[in-house]
Design a protein around this ligand. Structure first.
Ligand code: BGC
Length: 639
């Protein structure tokens, strides 16, 4: 069913107006640095020296793992490289491996005729999340519940420092999506379903990553993504062929609208809405990111009313660049250009002419180079478009001080010392405790006493950093178990918190709680990312339910800590548990959870997403005319 509307419902309009008025006073400070175009004189001088080949090279971002020859960096004058979700250094995944790899590539770029430095990009979406030992912060959904822009800014600053330690100066973050349907596998990448909160926190994250000035040696370029309405796509039912199920989570595919053999698909879909609704719901975060000085923006895989965002001149050039005055550059999503047209060359022409400035073309970068050159020579892509794209890319490189000869362009290895350090972990711990939302607390079972005789902990996720961190953690899809060194699981954090006389016992399957003072049950979703997390059935898997059931049979108070990338449909669990904490995907610092469990911090987190009563209510968002959720937007108890 289409959700296309010509006019916004009056209640929604009223709600948006109120939200705008409230948020005006608390928007983070606008970045006062001068516009990026202040470097245009320098850019112009360089541009005049560049051949067409060198210009096209600047517009290419290849994935390092798909480099056919390391010397391609020089041969094709590459302007950028990335590591996609699973693209690790060949040597391994440590801080040193990453730093050595990036430095080696940069060295090659510096040795080219014009010596234009590379911009290396990664998905540092909740900390420098590809590198072993980095501090990992809560995913954005948790940060949304903190409603704390200063904290989000500080997280950006620390992420930038940990990135700089590896010589990487470009984060494909913040994700400023406004997810409107929790069944979407990327819901957790968004701060909130409410545009103004996303706008505020997205700007704060941008300011944190980019610092007061992009030329600050400790700042990195940010990338607001995925433009636009990636979180506003219409759910479609897809047939599941050959018994293949909705992979990436335990929910199975048969739940979609209750029909066996079908699953729901939202990722990379089509957002069907008027321009008025698009502007009201999905544009505000980009306006505030641009105000905050965001250097780059990533157009979405998804479409708007049937037209791929990556191919839309209206969206890329007219709205972003001409109307909003965005002076940075647009980077396509991973192989997104391929989706625009079956013929790759035609697709490249469409995207570049629509306003795309750099192609994230992980594998087919040689073809991109050849085809774009042909398109220019044939007059399909005007030279003025190439010059505009390269100007934008070079502006960012100048603004970042990459041409400053006094400066070392390789990694600042003195930052290794603070990589994953305790000071950074303390900020992550603060973020965790502020992100937790207390959904239920019957008879004040929480906070727990530190002097209990025995606390029994159950659920595999209680001692599982991988589940705690979710997707985009070391691996693209995340990974269960000991995914990275240095963090603290909930179980370990509980053991560290209680007094000497308190016994902490643990049984992953839920049994063994008889006679304990309290049982802490840790259950939830296993890690997933992107479309693999699309699911209509947001209930707990039967294994997870069994853990809770076994715990309940012990007949002692049961406290549930829930790891999930979105509100789950778990009414009976919420009804039967004595206390429930929505912990989202909190990252490496489990002590933030014990801060709340044991009352060292009184819960302050407020739901940044509406919590539905039933699967049938999806999509449900604050401001809807019919709004009868289990927990409304902004809900959160305290003690
Ligand atoms: C995702 C982006 C990400 C890119 C690079 C894509 O699959 O949609 O969010 O930045 O990969 O890893």
């Amino acid at each position: 069913m289409s959700r296309c509307r010509q006019f916004l419902p009056p209640l929604l309009v009223l709600w948006i107006v109120c939200a705008c008025l409230c948020s005006c006073q608390v928007l983070p400070q606008r970045n006062t640095s001068a516009p990026l175009s202040r470097f245009d004189d320098q850019v112009q001088l360089l541009l005049e020296k560049m051949t067409l080949d060198e210009k096209i090279g600047q517009m290419i971002q290849a994935d390092q793992e798909h480099l056919q020859d390391i010397n391609d960096i020089q041969t094709y004058h590459l302007g950028s490289l990335l590591s996609g979700g699973d693209s690790d250094p060949e040597a391994g995944n440590t801080l040193q491996d990453w730093t050595d790899m990036v430095d080696q590539y940069q060295q090659l770029a510096l040795e080219t005729r014009l010596g234009i430095p590379l911009l290396y990009g990664v998905d540092a979406v909740h900390g420098h999340s590809n590198v072993l030992g980095a501090v990992l912060f809560p995913h954005n959904i948790g940060l949304g519940c903190t409603e704390n822009p200063e904290l989000v800014k500080e997280i950006g600053r620390i992420t930038a420092l940990e990135m700089q330690a590896t010589g990487i100066r470009w984060a494909f973050a913040p994700c400023v999506t406004v997810p409107r349907d929790d069944r979407w596998g990327r819901t957790y990448e968004g701060f909130s379903e409410e545009p103004q909160l996303v706008a505020r926190l997205g700007a704060a994250a941008t300011l944190g990553l980019q610092g007061d000035d992009l030329s600050d040696p400790y700042s990195v370029a940010a990338c607001a993504k995925h433009y636009i309405a990636d979180g506003g796509t219409t759910a479609v039912l897809e047939e599941v062929r050959g018994g293949r199920r909705n992979t990436g989570n335990n929910f199975g595919g048969e739940g979609a609208a209750g029909r066996k053999g079908y699953r729901v698909r939202l990722d990379q879909g089509n957002s069907e809405m008027s321009e008025e609704e698009l502007r009201a719901i999905h544009l505000p975060p980009y306006i505030s990111a641009i105000d905050a000085g965001v250097a780059t923006i990533m157009p979405s895989y998804s479409s708007w009313n049937g037209v791929k965002c990556s191919a839309s001149k209206r969206l890329l050039t007219e709205i972003l660049k001409e109307e909003l005055g965005f002076e940075g550059f647009l980077i396509s999503d991973y192989r997104a250009i391929n989706q625009v047209h079956p013929d790759y060359k035609t697709a490249i022409g469409i995207c570049i002419n629509a306003g795309m400035d750099m192609g994230m073309v992980p594998r087919q970068y040689r073809e991109f180079y050849g085809y774009l050159k042909e398109l220019v020579e044939e007059g399909v892509v005007p030279m003025s478009r190439i010059d505009d794209a390269v100007t934008r890319i070079l502006r960012v490189k100048y603004a970042m001080g990459l041409f400053d000869l006094e400066r070392c362009h390789l990694a600042d290895r003195s930052l290794w010392e603070s990589f994953g350090c305790d000071e950074h972990r303390q900020v992550a711990r603060q973020a965790v405790r502020e992100s937790l939302v207390l959904l239920k607390n019957k008879k004040q079972v929480l906070p727990l006493g530190k002097k209990a005789t025995r606390i029994h902990v159950v659920g595999e996720s209680a001692d599982n950093l991988g589940d705690q961190c979710g997707g985009w953690t070391i691996r693209w899809q995340g990974q269960r178990g000991e995914v990275t060194p240095g963090g603290t699981t909930v179980l370990t954090a509980i053991r560290q918190t209680v007094g000497e006389d308190t016994e902490v016992t643990y049984q992953s399957d839920g049994a063994g709680g008889e006679g304990a003072d309290v049982i802490v049950v840790v259950v939830g979703e296993p890690p997933y990312a992107e479309g693999n997390g699309d699911s209509a059935d947001l209930s707990l898997s039967s294994e997870q339910e069994k853990i809770f059931e076994r715990a309940r049979q012990a007949d002692v108070p049961v406290v549930v800590v829930l790891f999930s990338g979105r509100p789950l449909i778990i009414n009976s669990l919420i009804e039967q548990a004595d206390a429930v904490i929505a912990a989202w995907l909190p990252g490496t610092e489990g002590q933030g959870i014990t801060d709340v469990l044991f009352g060292d911090y009184r819960p302050t987190g407020k739901l940044s997403f509406t919590w539905p009563r039933s699967a049938g209510q999806h999509p449900i968002n604050v401001g809807n005319e019919e709004y009868d959720p289990l927990f409304e937007y902004g809900y959160g108890l305290s003690y």
